[in-house]
Design a protein around this ligand. Structure first.
Ligand code: PMP
Length: 310
C-alpha cells in the first residue's frame, strides 16, 4: 500500500489513521514537547524488514525520559511488535516509512496552558507511509544556512525532539526559497553540524570525515551504520571538527538519513563540489548501505526485523 497507511496505533489501540483527532489543548502542539522517530522498512531479497528498529526505539525512549513522557508501551520489544503488526495490517509489502510520535498530551483542565512537564498526560502514536521502492540517488544542491544548530545546552541533541525541528524547518525553507534543495547548518562555534534532517560526511584527501558526536548534532543511526560498515570494509572514517571552508575543498560530500539513505551533495552554496557529479566514494558508501538494508545475507542480520517474509 502506498501513502498513509489506513491504520495507526494510538494510545494502546489500532485506530483509523485519518479519523483520529487530538484535543486543541495538546501540549506538544503549543510547545513542541514531543519526540518522534523515522524508521524504515525495506523491501529486501526475501521480504520486508525493519532496519535497526531497536536503535530507533531506544532513541525515542531516551527522548521520552528527557521530556518526562511515559511511553506506553515502554519496552523496545513491545514497540517493535506493535510496529510489525501495524505494517501487516496496513498491507505494506514495499518500502515503508514508520513515524512513531510520543507527545505531551493534555494540559490541566480549566487552567491556562503552562510549560511544566509534570502532571501532563502522555500519548504515543505510530503511523506508516508506503512509498515506491528504488529510484537512483540524485545529487542534491545544498546551501550553508544562516540558521545555526542549537547548542546542547539549549536543546538536547541526542534525540528527535519535536520543538527542535523549527530550526530544521527554517533552514530548509530558507534554502528552498533561494533555489537550493537542502541546508547545511553550522554549530554555535561555526563548525559544520548537520543538514536539516541528515548528518554530513566529507571526503578530504581521500579520507571520509564527519563531525564528532559531542552533543551538538543528532547521533544519526544511518551515520552510525555508515561508520560501522566503512570500518568493517577497511575504509577509515575520521570523526573530527569540520569547518565550512573545508567543505568547499572536499572531493565529495554526502548526507546520511533514514529517510533518504546516502545522498550526494554535488554543490554547496552554488559551487560545485569536486567534479560536481556523484563521486566514487559516495557511490561505494551508498552500495554498502544498500546491501545492509536490502540483503538478509549481510554482516548484520541483527539489524533486520522481519515483517513479511516471502
Ligand atoms: N540530523 C537530523 C536533525 C535529523 O532529523 C536526522 C533524521 N532523523 C538525522 C540527522 C539523521 O538521523 P538518522 O540517520 O537516525 O535518520
Amino acid at each position: 500500500a502506498l501513502g498513509l497507511g489506513e491504520w495507526a496505533y494510538d494510545r494502546g489501540e489500532f485506530v483509523s489513521a485519518t479519523a483520529r483527532r487530538l484535543p486543541l489543548s495538546t501540549q506538544a502542539l503549543h510547545y513542541g514537547t514531543g519526540a518522534f522517530e523515522g524508521i524504515r522498512a525495506y523491501r529486501s531479497d526475501s521480504g520486508l524488514f525493519l532496519f535497526r528498529a531497536r536503535e530507533h526505539y531506544e532513541r525515542l525512549l531516551r527522548a521520552c525520559q528527557v521530556l518526562r513522557i511515559i511511553a506506553v508501551p515502554s519496552a523496545v520489544e513491545e514497540l517493535i511488535d506493535i510496529t510489525v503488526e501495524l505494517l501487516r495490517r496496513n498491507g505494506h509489502e514495499g518500502d515503508t516509512y514508520v513515524r512513531p510520535l510520543a507527545h505531551k498530551l493534555s494540559l490541566l483542565p480549566n487552567t491556562p496552558p503552562g510549560v511544566s512537564l509534570a502532571g501532563v498526560s502522555d500519548g504515543l502514536s505510530i503511523t506508516t507511509f508506503g512509498f515506491p521502492s528504488g529510484g537512483t540517488v540524485q545529487g542534491t544542491r545544498c546551501a550553508v544556512s544562516s540558521w545555526r544548530r542549537p547548542p546542547r545546552d539549549t536543546l538536547p541533541a541526542q534525540a528527535k525532539i519535536a520543538g527542535g525541528y523549527v530550526t530544521s524547518a527554517l533552514a530548509c525553507d530558507e534554502a528552498r526559497a533561494a533555489g537550493f534543495d537542502d541546508a547545511i547548518l553550522l554549530d554555535h562555534t561555526g563548525n559544520v553540524a548537520e543538514a536539516s534532517t541528515a548528518n554530513v560526511f566529507a571526503v578530504l584527501d581521500g579520507r571520509i570525515v564527519t563531525p564528532p558526536d559531542t552533543g551538538d548534532l543528532l547521533p544519526g543511526i544511518t551515520r552510525d551504520t555508515l561508520i560501522t560498515l566503512c570500518r568493517e570494509s577497511g575504509t577509515e572514517v575520521v570523526e573530527r571538527v569540520l569547518s565550512p571552508a573545508e567543505l568547499f575543498t572536499a572531493d565529495e560530500i554526502f548526507l546520511s538519513s533514514t529517510g533518504k539513505g546516502v545522498v550526494s551533495v554535488t554543490s554547496l552554496s552554488g559551487r560545485d563540489i569536486g567534479s560536481g557529479a556523484i563521486g566514487p566514494v559516495t557511490t561505494r558508501v551508498a552500495a554498502l548501505y544498500d546491501s545492509a538494508t536490502r540483503s538478509t545475507a549481510g554482516a548484520h542480520p541483527e539489524w533486520l526485523t522481519p515483517v513479511v517474509t516471502d
